[in-house]
Design a protein around this ligand. Structure first.
Ligand code: MRU
Length: 347
């Protein structure tokens, strides 16, 4: 994702949110321009932009679109508060969405129905975007230390530059190590049903020249059994106060396998992914997605009509299976409530 000819995952240009349309990758690298709040809502819902930090940044810019240059201060203020509520319904699991919207709402309430509102909102969205770049950079540095002895790592879904502003969370340490000349290769779970691993992780790692091999989700166990894997590293959509981690469906079985094979299982996430209001991972709302995502492939029905399908988009990995959580503020090994609070909410 450091290739200068590749468009940014998201950008705000000429009063439009410009997104790489991730539903089209890897076949087509095209951007989608959003100039209204419903367009941003739709882009998040359809996974044009996806990955917890990127969803938060997109929503922050989405709020900016509600305040128009020609609108009266009163109209803009009302529209902005409506946009915050509307965008909060786009996806339920990634807490970064609500974290970013809360920040935007606080700025809106501070400035109220004034002429300053538009610029203040844009400054806050740009600040969220900039902070994300810094968080990814720090996560890359901290994670690289942890992975310093690893050469072959498994990842799940996409927690790279396409899921953030740049570099990603789980992939940031890999980019860091690769750039420093450390030999590292990635085994990417294809990540059923929407194939973020095969389509997106493999695409962005290849762009950056990092060796990557795609496997089906069920292959990780045999790879571990044959000693082919040194570590697993994944991102997160929401981490509860006790360290339980919600991430893309299929993460939990990977953590179980890693523990069985005594392979370290690492989670990389910025502080904006922690939800200290939830004591346990079992309280994290899990998005249920459409039947068609599981029951069809390339226009073909893969499940007989009338047969039930379940499609939870995320699962929860208990903290006890996580060897370390890598944040921009540092690494927490064998995470628990006390250690996480100490690092992330110092009094
Ligand atoms: O449904 P998605 O593609 O938004 O799911 C994304 C993930 O599960 C990522 O692993 C997570 O958001 C971390 S992104 C740095």
């Amino acid at each position: 994702m450091s290739n200068t000819t590749t468009p940014a995952t998201l950008a705000f240009e000429q009063d439009q949110l410009v997104l790489i349309d991730q539903t089209k990758l890897p076949g087509q690298l095209v951007t989608l321009r959003c100039s209204t709040v419903p367009q941003v809502h739709d882009a998040i819902r359809r996974l044009v932009v996806r990955g917890a930090p990127a969803i938060g940044i997109a929503a922050a810019y989405g709020v900016c679109l509600a305040a128009t240059p020609g609108g009266s201060p009163e109209h803009n203020y009302r529209s902005v508060l409506e946009a915050v509520s509307e965008l909060a319904t786009s996806r339920p699991t990634a807490v970064n969405l609500f974290w970013a919207l809360d920040r935007m709402k606080r700025v809106a309430e501070k400035h109220g129905a004034t002429d300053n509102l538009r610029l203040a909102l844009l400054a806050e969205a740009q600040q969220i975007h900039q902070e994300d770049r810094q968080m990814c950079q720090r996560i890359g540095e901290h994670g690289a230390e942890l992975l310093a002895h690893c050469h072959r790592v498994v990842t799940h879904c996409n927690a790279g530059g396409l899921a953030t502003s740049v570099w990603g969370t789980a992939l940031a340490p890999i980019y860091h190590l690769h750039a420093s000349g450390h030999p590292i290769e990635v085994f990417a779970d294809e990540t059923r049903p929407l194939l973020q691993g095969a389509r997106l992780t493999a695409w962005e790692l290849t762009q950056a020249g990092v060796p990557v091999t795609v496997m089906t989700d069920s292959m990780a166990g045999s790879l571990m059994q044959t000693g082919t894997v040194d570590a697993v590293i994944v991102g997160a959509d929401r981490i509860a106060a006790n360290g339980d981690v919600a991430n893309k469906i299929g993460t939990y079985p990977l953590a179980v396998l890693a523990r069985h094979h005594q392979i370290p299982f690492y989670v990389a996430a910025p502080s904006s992914t922690f939800d200290f209001s939830l004591q346990l991972g079992s309280r994290i709302p899990i998005e249920q997605r459409a039947r068609e995502e599981v029951a069809g492939a390339e226009g073909l029905e893969t499940v007989p009509a009338g047969v039930q399908v379940i499609n939870p988009a995320f699962d929860v990995t208990p903290a006890e299976l996580v060897d370390a959580i890598i944040t921009e503020k540092g690494v927490v090994t064998t995470p628990n409530r006390e250690k996480l609070e100490q690092l992330l909410c110092p009094s």
